[in-house]
Design a protein around this ligand. Structure first.
Ligand code: GDP
Ligand code: MG
Length: 290
């Protein structure tokens, strides 16, 4: 009796959705940063054992769209709700307990995961928080965890297995994700931009992998970083190229670890005016499927 199904991760920005998914998989697939809206795409990641296959979807945080890119991000969330067998609603101890309206009327099981409990001082405090969440959504299962310290994550997997429908595996039992290596490499570069640049820069950039050449002893990667204005290009490159050099070094380290090979990485910066609102560009970047 094999079990398989779609588990969709939703929650407000910055509660630790991507961190949690990475910790559950024991693999760094999703990018993580202290800035909100790091996750733009919907990523499917597979957790396969001898008895079950969970297809996790990491989605961008819940939001009200301000520009076309955000509209696409919101669509990714709505879509994630449609095909789910189970919803994993992630919150953190930093949030005030409250349940979005649409969750109260769902007919599928909801698991509430309270993340970042490493920030809580006493057991009693934690008990109180868990009880408040339980009272808000009485039919749900509430689990308190820390993605950072990998605490209580097995409980999430056990509860999911209980609730999954009987079904043969949907995807190849060897594969980890529906995205290719190029995608993850571009995400790793984007993550470094979120970590090392400030203000509007991360939100104005996108990364495209132009070439990905696997050689015997190393992999050659050529990537372009798109920005919206000349002034942003100057910031990205930095004085005498110092900033882009640093970006390249930090990105390369992570890409090497991810791919398990040596990497030669070349980054270029290009201005692409107003790409966040341009349907053609958004399509090329994979935000619009149709
Ligand atoms: P997302 O926007 O919900 O995907 O959140 P991320 O996974 O990108 O994480 C947002 C921030 O919370 C990052 O700075 C993480 O390092 C941090 N974070 C994630 N999980 C934990 C946790 O269990 N404890 C603490 N203290 N911080 C965490
Ligand atoms: Mg995320």
């Amino acid at each position: 009796m094999y079990k398989a199904g779609f588990v969709n991760i939703i929650g407000n920005p910055n509660v630790g959705k991507s961190s949690l998914l990475n910790a559950l998989l024991g693999e760094k697939l999703c990018i993580v940063s202290p800035k909100v809206q790091t996750t733009r795409h919907r990523i499917k990641a597979f957790y396969t054992t001898d008895t079950m296959q969970i297809i996790f979807s990491d989605t961008p945080g819940l939001l009200n769209p301000n520009y076309k890119l955000q509209e696409c991000m919101k669509e990714a969330i709505d879509e994630a709700l449609e095909d789910a067998d189970i919803i994993l609603f992630i919150t953190s101890v930093e949030e005030n307990p409250s349940i979005p309206e649409f969750l109260k009327t769902l007919s599928i099981p909801v698991i509430v995961v309270i993340n970042k409990i490493d920030l809580i001082k006493t057991q009693n405090q934690l008990k109180e928080i868990v009880n408040v969440w339980k009272s808000l959504l009485p039919d749900s299962t509430v689990i308190a965890v820390s993605a950072l310290h990998k605490f209580n994550l097995q409980t999430i997997l056990t509860v999911i297995e209980e609730k999954l429908p009987e079904h043969p595996p949907y995807f190849d039992t060897d594969s980890l994700s529906d995205r290719n290596l190029r995608f993850f490499v571009s995400e790793l570069i984007r993550e470094k931009i979120y970590l090392y640049y400030h203000q509007e820069i991360p939100y104005s950039t996108e990364v495209i992998i132009d070439d990905f050449i696997e050689l015997e002893t190393f992999t050659k990667i050529y990537a372009t970083v798109f920005v919206m204005r000349d002034s942003q290009k100057a910031i990205l490159i930095g004085e005498k190229g110092s900033a882009i050099k640093q970006l390249g070094i930090e990105s390369r380290k992570d890409i090497e670890q991810f791919l398990g090979t040596k990497v030669y990485l070349e980054l270029r910066v290009k201005v692409l005016k107003n790409w966040r609102n341009d349907p053609i560009v958004l399509k090329r970047l994979g935000y619009i499927q149709k």
